[in-house]
Design a protein around this ligand. Structure first.
Ligand code: KIV
Length: 286
């Protein structure tokens, strides 16, 4: 693990990120779903915060991202907005919010922008090109997402690495190129072999942000609950966990229960105007 960099203070924008690709600088991203996490990540110097649809599994207890609703994203997006100053804020379009019509999609994306998102993310490659164009024409920056797209769970038959065969690799490359042509400002590459991520990153003018895609992308993203050890699901191979918050929080909870049961909490220091009982009884008599 490398040394902690000093916090950065310049506001991150879409043009900054495009520039960063051309200068060869890395883009460091995480998901966040609430105010305290957003503040902590922002103050530590994260470039981009995604209110990901992983909200469904990490914080709302669903077993996939499919049940997530637009109003769930909106509530969490507003909280995250209040916690950020520097990072670029991107909101994920949940499953079902962009499948009915481009007008519906645009309406949802506009709601997200009005709630403070600076861009939206949409899963799927070439088949989303028309939608991406429509959103970009409405001045909404769009981040694409190709490779393993968790909202396609049932079509993929599970969460499977994509782009392993030559045909599948070509399809991932074609998807990324189609999104770039449609005007996306960045593309998330999820669950693809390192060599394919390298080629896509070389080919595109816009940044690639990898998750389970190896080290050659222009940036990296992880689900913050995985990084912090808060997740209850199996840890994917590509995750590096930096702290075991679940264990730390469980231990703190057990200590609190013990202190309450033993009478150790609250102490005199944690009590307003602690009084000796005999003196109180006298005061009440008067
Ligand atoms: O919702 C999510 O967590 C994502 C990942 C790419 C980080 O879409």
């Amino acid at each position: 693990m490398s040394a902690t960099p000093p916090p950065r203070t310049d506001k991150v924008t879409v043009p900054n990120l495009l520039n960063r690709k051309h200068k060869g600088g890395k883009i460091v991203c995480l998901t966040a779903y609430d105010y305290p996490f957003a503040r902590i990540l922002d103050q530590a110097g994260i470039d981009l915060v995604l209110v990901g649809d992983s909200l469904a599994t990490t914080r709302l207890g669903h077993d996939s991202t499919l049940p997530l609703r637009v109003k769930d994203v909106l509530a969490h997006l507003k909280a995250v907005r209040r916690g950020l100053q520097r990072a670029l804020l991107v909101a994920d379009l949940p499953y079902g919010s962009y499948h009915l019509s481009s007008k519906e999609t645009l309406k949802t994306a506009l709601k997200f922008v009005k709630a403070g998102a600076e861009a939206v993310k949409i899963e799927g490659g070439a088949r989303r090109s028309r939608l991406v164009r429509r959103l970009v024409r409405a001045e909404i920056p769009v981040m694409g997402h190709v490779g393993l797209t968790p909202q396609s769970l049932h079509v993929m038959g599970g969460y499977r690495v994509q782009g392993k065969s030559p045909e599948s690799a070509e399809a991932v490359m074609a998807d990324a190129l189609a999104l770039q042509e449609a005007g996306a400002f960045a593309v998330v590459l999820e669950g693809v072999p390192e060599a394919l991520a390298f080629q896509v990153t070389q080919e595109l003018r816009i940044p690639t942000i990898g998750i389970g895609a190896g080290p050659h992308c222009d940036g990296q993203i992880l689900v913050c609950d995985d990084l912090f050890g808060l997740s209850f699901s199996r840890k994917p191979k590509f995750v590096r966990q930096y702290v075991d918050l679940r264990e730390i929080l469980s231990q703190a909870t057990r200590q609190y229960i013990g202190d309450c049961l033993s009478g150790d909490f609250p102490s005199r220091k944690e009590t307003y105007y602690p009084t000796e009982f005999p003196r109180l009884e006298e005061a009440l008599k008067r």
